[in-house]
Design a protein around this ligand. Sequence first.
Ligand code: MG
Length: 244
Amino acid sequence: MRCLSLAAALACSVAVALAADTDPWKLDDKLKIARPEDTKDAESVKPPEGAVVLFDGKDFSKWVKRDGKSEVKLALKDGALEGAKGHGDIITKDKFGGSFKLHVEFRVPYEPGGSGQGRGNSGVYVQGRYEVQVLDSYGLKSGKNDCAAIYNVAAPKTNECKAPTIWQSYDIDFTAPKFENGKKTEPAKMTVHHNGVKVHDDVAIPVDNTTAGLGGDPATPGPILLQDHGHPVQYRNIWLLPAK
Ligand code: MG
């Protein structure tokens, strides 16, 4: 019996050591890196004059939970916020309409045990309705639900993903749909740069809400939403520049 319990204790300590070894912010040599720049952070771009700073790493003063009122309880780490499974989506208190540029920096954890939609999944929803997917799609042939896709609407023209754990950026030029007498006359449109490369060029979005978006009246302004899809995706330096 004594032997058994010793074996159990040993197995337990090995398990603890293994768990401590799987830091989701560290790569290992099992991940094949295609280009040296894939492990170099995207340039962090400071908010230009006239921009509305939505997140500067210090607090969640501009944000609430998806219900529009509950306090955000995510961790702040070195100027970034980190998603937590079960916390729920967060949205900006302010709502935005018309045309604007949204800048977001993010990084996805290294989750080699996952695949497909189960690695580093989150998302940036413009007006709470149109998702630019966040996912670990490093090295894949990108489809309509991969990183930088307008979810289920358009795949990015090229896969510009950096390796997991590396900072990336989205610059989203958005124009809200236009309505006359309650009828849509122009769809929402998006141009997206992923890590500085244009991956969507003025794409017309034929739907008024992508999967798991806030929906609501598409003729009205909406918040920026960051999705909780159960992965510790990090975000930093989020700002929005209204069109003049
Ligand atoms: Mg997503």
